[in-house]
Write a protein that binds this ligand. Structure first.
Ligand code: CTP
Ligand code: CA
Length: 226
C-alpha cells in the first residue's frame, strides 16, 4: 500500500514530463540516437502521479512500461517531441524535461535506403530546436520549469549556464562520466540547482528516490503545502 499512502500534494496540478532519447532518421532503415534509457523521466512521471498530479509523459524511445495513471505519448524525433509538449504547455503547472533530445537532425532524410559507396561518407546535420529554451521564453510566473543537464566536465558551471539561458526554475545536473550516474543505470548522483542560487548535492541514490527529492524541492519552491 506504499503507493496509496502518499500525500496527494500535487492533486489538481498538471505536470508534463519528457523522457528517454529522441531518434532522428537518416533513411528508412537507419537513425541517430543516444544512450538515454528513460528511467529517470519515467520515475519522475510515476512519482508525480503518485502525488495526485494529472501527468502527461512525452516519451522518446524506450521499452519501459507506462507508469500507472500517466498519459503516455510516444514520439520519435525532437520536433515530434516539441509539438506534443507545446500542445500541453499553456495549461501546465510543472514541466520537467528529462528527455535526451538530439541536438542535431539529418538535413535531408533519404527516401530510399542509402547504398554504400565511398570509403568515407558524410551526413550533413542541422540543429534541432531547443525545446526547453522555447518553453522558458513562453512560461508565466506561475509555471515551474525544470531542466536536466548531462555533463562530463565542469558540471556546476555548465548547468548554471543552462539554468539562466533557458530561464529555468530548477536544473538537475549529473556527471554522466561517473558509472553510477546518467545513462542506463538505476542510480544517479545529482546536483539540484534552483533559480534562487541554492545548490543541493544529492548523494548516490536510486532514480526513484531522486524523483521524490526533486518533487520535495519543487513543492517547497512553489509553496505547496500538503
Ligand atoms: N533540451 C531540449 N531541446 C534540445 C536539447 C536539450 O529541450 N534540443 C533540454 C534537455 O531535455 C535538458 C536540457 O535541455 O533538460 C539540457 O540538455 P543538455 O543536452 O544537457 O544541454 P544542451 O542545451 O543541449 O547543451 P549541450 O548538449 O551542448 O551541453
Ligand atoms: Ca544536448
Amino acid at each position: 500500500f506504499a503507493k496509496m499512502d502518499k500525500k496527494q500534494s500535487l492533486a489538481g496540478k498538471k505536470v508534463i514530463v519528457s523522457a528517454a532519447g529522441t531518434r532522428e532518421p537518416i533513411d528508412p532503415v537507419r537513425y541517430i540516437s543516444n544512450r538515454s534509457s528513460g528511467k529517470m523521466g519515467y520515475a519522475i512521471a510515476e512519482e508525480a502521479a503518485q502525488r495526485g498530479a494529472d501527468v502527461v509523459l512525452v516519451s522518446g524511445i524506450t521499452n519501459l512500461p507506462a507508469p500507472e495513471n500517466v498519459k503516455v505519448i510516444k514520439v520519435e524525433s525532437a520536433r515530434d517531441m516539441q509539438s506534443n509538449i507545446e500542445q500541453y504547455f499553456p495549461d501546465s503547472d510543472i514541466t520537467i524535461m528529462a528527455a535526451a533530445v538530439s541536438d542535431y537532425r539529418v538535413k535531408e532524410v533519404a527516401e530510399q535506403k542509402i547504398k554504400k559507396s565511398d570509403e568515407v561518407m558524410t551526413i550533413e546535420l542541422v540543429k534541432n530546436p531547443d525545446i526547453l529554451k522555447g518553453l522558458g521564453e513562453k512560461k508565466t510566473d506561475k509555471q515551474f520549469l525544470v531542466g536536466f543537464a548531462a555533463e562530463t566536465q565542469n558540471v556546476l558551471e555548465y548547468a548554471q549556464g543552462k539554468l539562466q539561458r533557458k530561464n529555468l526554475d530548477m536544473i538537475v545536473a549529473n556527471d554522466v562520466s561517473q558509472a553510477q550516474a546518467g545513462f542506463n543505470v538505476d542510480t544517479n548522483i545529482a546536483k539540484i540547482i534552483t533559480r534562487d542560487g541554492q545548490i543541493k548535492q544529492a548523494p548516490l541514490m536510486k532514480k526513484t528516490e531522486l524523483a521524490q527529492l526533486i518533487f520535495d524541492i519543487i513543492e517547497e519552491k512553489m509553496n505547496i503545502k500538503a
